[in-house]
Ligand binder design. Structure first.
Ligand code: URA
Length: 482
C-alpha cells in the first residue's frame, strides 16, 4: 500500500506529480491511500520521473483540466476518485465526459461546483483599504469559499489588481500579493478585518444602483446566495431595499414624466446657445464646445471629436457620414482609405480639397467592437439629428457656395430627404439652410463595391466631383469679375 499525504498548499501540483508516477508504474487505485491536509514538510515518496518501458498514456487537455479542478473540491475522497478516473481512462477505456459512469459523473459535478465557487469568489470578494507602502496601495479582504479554491481563484486578482498589494484571507489559506508576487500560507488569524470608509462608499454605490423596479429576489439570491451575505458590506442593505422596493417602484412610476425631457433645448440653454444666436469664437469656438458635446451617447465611446477642417470661408463644403477608425484615432476627417480615394478623385477632377471645408454629418465614430477591431456602424436618425446642431452651425459660419453631400446620411442631414442616392446623384438640391447641395455617392461605398461594378460607379463619382469643381470655379470666376 502506498500512503500519500498531500500538502495543504500546492496539493494539486503534488497530486499531479504523484499520480503520473503511479500511472507509469502501473500502480492500481486500490493500492494507494490518498490523504490531504498535510504540511509542506510531509515527505512524499518521490514520483517516478520516467515511464516504465511501454507505458505511454495521453489524457486530453479538457480531461486533465476537469480532473484538476475537481481536486479543489472539499470532498475528502477527491484525490482517490481523480486517480481512479485517470486510471480507468488509461486502462479501461472510460471516456472523458461519460456521465453514465457514476465516478466520472461525480468528478464532473464536483468540477462544476468548484468552478461556480471560483466565480462567486471573483464576484464577491470585497477589499478594504489599509496602509500602503511606496506608491502601492494595499487592500485586505476576508472571504469564506465553500471549497478550498484559494490557489485556483486568486491568480485572477493578481491579473486584475496587479498594481496593488493585497491579501485575501480565508479560513484555511491566505493569499498574499506583494510587489507583483503571489504567495500562499495557512491562515493563522481567522478574524475578519475591521470596517472602514471604503465600505461605506461601496454601500452608497450599491444603494444608488439598486433599481427597485427590477427586483427579482429569487434571481438575486441565486446569483448572490445568502451564505455570502455576511462578508458583503452591501448585503446589509438588501433587506431594507427589498422591503421598500414596492413603495419606491410605485413612487418612480408616479414621478415618471409624461413628456420626454427637452434634452437638446436644456443643453442649449445651459450652454447659453439658442437657434439664431450669434456664434462666438468662430469655428474654433464651436469646435471647443463640440468637444464637450453630450447631445447623444456616441461621444462616450469614440476616442475624440472629429471636427471639420478647411478655410472658414471656403466656397465648397464637403460633408461625409461620420469619422471612421483612422479619423477617430487621428481626430481629423477623411484621413483613412475613403479619404484617400476622395482626394485622388478630386485631384484628377481639378478640385483642390485644401480649398474646401471638409466635415461630417456626425462628428463621433460609431462602431461595434469585434475582437480587437472596431466595426463601423451607421449612425441612427436620432444621432444624425442630434449632430445636425453642429452641422447647421458650421454651415451658418462657412456659408459655402456649394455643399457636396457624400452618401445617404449626409444627404439626409442636409436636405431632410432620405431618398436613394442612385436617383439623386449629380443633381443640385436645396438644403435646409437654403443653400445648394450636390448629392453623390460616399467613397466608402465605392470601395466596398465588387470589382465588376466598380468602374461604372467610379465614372459617375468622377463626373459628380468634376461638376462640383466646375460649380465652384464658376463662382470664383464670378467673384473675380472674370
Ligand atoms: N467616412 C466619412 O464619412 N467621413 C470620414 O471622415 C471618413 C470616412
Amino acid at each position: 500500500m502506498h500512503a500519500v499525504q498531500l500538502p495543504v498548499i500546492g496539493a494539486v501540483a503534488a497530486w499531479r506529480a504523484q499520480a503520473r508516477g503511479f500511472l507509469w508504474d502501473g500502480i492500481r487505485p486500490e493500492e494507494i491511500d490518498w490523504r490531504g491536509g498535510g504540511t509542506l514538510f510531509d515527505t512524499l515518496s518521490p514520483p517516478n520521473a520516467v515511464p516504465r518501458a511501454g507505458a505511454s498514456y495521453s489524457v486530453g487537455k479538457a480531461a486533465l483540466s476537469a480532473i484538476e479542478t475537481a481536486l479543489s473540491h472539499s470532498d475528502p475522497d477527491r484525490y482517490a476518485r481523480a486517480y481512479q478516473v485517470l486510471w480507468r481512462m488509461a486502462h479501461e477505456r472510460l471516456r472523458f465526459g461519460d456521465r453514465s459512469d457514476p465516478q466520472m459523473r461525480k468528478l464532473l459535478d464536483q468540477a462544476k461546483a468548484v468552478r461556480r465557487d471560483i466565480h462567486k469568489m471573483h464576484a464577491f470578494v470585497r477589499f478594504r483599504e489599509g496602509p500602503g507602502h511606496g506608491n502601492r496601495r494595499a487592500f485586505a479582504a476576508w472571504f469564506e469559499p465553500e471549497h478550498p479554491i484559494v490557489e485556483a481563484a486568486t491568480p485572477f486578482f493578481a491579473k486584475r489588481f496587479g498594481d496593488m498589494d493585497w491579501v485575501i484571507a480565508t479560513l484555511i489559506l491566505t493569499a498574499t500579493f506583494k510587489d507583483g508576487t503571489l504567495s500562499f500560507k495557512e491562515t493563522s488569524d481567522t478574524t475578519p478585518p475591521p470596517e472602514d470608509a471604503t465600505e461605506d462608499l461601496w454601500c452608497t454605490y450599491y444603494a444608488s444602483i439598486f433599481n427597485p423596479a427590477r427586483l427579482m429576489t429569487h434571481a438575486m439570491q441565486s446569483e448572490m446566495p445568502k451564505k455570502y451575505w455576511k462578508n458583503l458590506p452591501e448585503a446589509r442593505l438588501i433587506p431594507d431595499l427589498v422591503h421598500g422596493a414596492h413603495a419606491r417602484s410605485r413612487a418612480m412610476q408616479e414621478a415618471a414624466p409624461t413628456q420626454p425631457p427637452a434634452f437638446f433645448e436644456a443643453i442649449a440653454r445651459a450652454e447659453g446657445r439658442v437657434a439664431g444666436a450669434p456664434i462666438h469664437g468662430g469655428l474654433a469656438g464651436l469646435k471647443a464646445q463640440a468637444a464637450r458635446c453630450a447631445r447623444c451617447e456616441l461621444a462616450c465611446h469614440a476616442t475624440q471629436l472629429v471636427w471639420g477642417e478647411g478655410p472658414e470661408n471656403a466656397p465648397l463644403m464637403v460633408v461625409g457620414e461620420q469619422p471612421g477608425d483612422q479619423e477617430d484615432l487621428q481626430g481629423r476627417p477623411f484621413v483613412g482609405p475613403a479619404g484617400q480615394l476622395l482626394r485622388e478623385v478630386a485631384q484628377n477632377a481639378g478640385l483642390d480639397l485644401r480649398q474646401a471645408y471638409v466635415t461630417n454629418a456626425v462628428k463621433h465614430f460609431k462602431f461595434r467592437p469585434r475582437g480587437r477591431r472596431r466595426i463601423h456602424q451607421r449612425p441612427n436618425t436620432g444621432e444624425v439629428i442630434a449632430c445636425k446642431w453642429w452641422l447647421d452651425l458650421e454651415l451658418r459660419h462657412v456659408k459655402p457656395r456649394l455643399t457636396l453631400a457624400l452618401g445617404a446620411t449626409a444627404a439626409r442631414a442636409l436636405t431632410g430627404d432620405g431618398g436613394a442616392i442612385r436617383e439623386r446623384r449629380g443633381r443640385i438640391e436645396t438644403g435646409h439652410h437654403g443653400g445648394h447641395v450636390m448629392i453623390t455617392m460616399h467613397p466608402s461605398y465605392l470601395l466596398r463595391l465588387p470589382e465588376e461594378d466598380k468602374a461604372l460607379a467610379m465614372q459617375a463619382f468622377v463626373e459628380d466631383i468634376s461638376r462640383a469643381a466646375a460649380h465652384v470655379e464658376a463662382h470664383r470666376a464670378n467673384q473675380d469679375g472674370r
